[in-house]
Design a protein around this ligand. Structure first.
Ligand SMILES: C=C(O[C@@H]1C=C(C(=O)O)C=C[C@H]1O)C(=O)O
Length: 169
């Protein structure tokens, strides 16, 4: 559980959630590839950001910072989706053979992760300053997530982007 992991691992659980969300982008891409659903859906992004803002306010987190953090998660998801679309277009034999349903199967996973992010952002609030300690902790957590989630270069790059706003409290 994220809360438990935090007490031992600094930013490990928070960065792990980012990695999990980035891996869900593969399912998002699979849901959209070969359909008319675009990678970028501004209306859905607004829903995600509004939900994050209201949960942040309820948790006593800085709303603007929290929204900026979620914007980074969304940009990383689109980076992965674009990378996979390019790969699958160039190598159709690598394209997924099953298409999950975006609304009923994939977005609910992202919504669950949103709630977990809020809990983890709260649990790590004091660590997330513009400090050396935060950056050291962030790099360690990123390396551990690369290994734990077996991230390839595309997903690793996405993870770096997603965690960029972590040490800005
Ligand atoms: C993940 C999706 O793709 C994009 C990324 C989003 C996100 O990361 O939450 C939201 C909308 C889309 O712009 C999606 O459509 O659900």
């Amino acid at each position: 559980q994220p809360r438990q992991a935090t007490s031992h691992g600094g930013l490990t659980a928070l960065v792990g959630l980012s990695a999990e969300r980035i891996l869900v982008a593969d399912k998002v891409a699979a849901a959209k590839f070969g359909t008319t659903s675009p990678i970028e859906d501004p209306a859905r992004e607004q829903v995600v950001l509004d939900q994050a803002a209201s949960l942040a306010a309820a948790a006593g987190l800085d709303v603007e910072e929290t929204v900026a953090f979620f914007r980074a998660q969304i940009e990383s998801s689109k980076l992965v989706q674009r990378g996979l679309f390019d790969l699958w277009t160039a190598h159709p034999e690598l394209a997924p053979t099953e298409r999950p349903d975006l609304a009923t199967e994939v977005r609910p996973i992202l919504d669950r992760i949103t709630g977990q992010f809020i809990a983890e952002l709260s649990a790590t609030e004091r660590l997330r300053g513009r400090t050396v300690r935060c950056h050291v902790s962030l790099v360690a957590a990123e390396r551990s997530a690369d290994r734990r989630y077996h991230l390839d270069r595309l997903h690793e790059r996405a993870l770096w982007g997603a965690i960029e706003p972590v040490c800005t409290d």
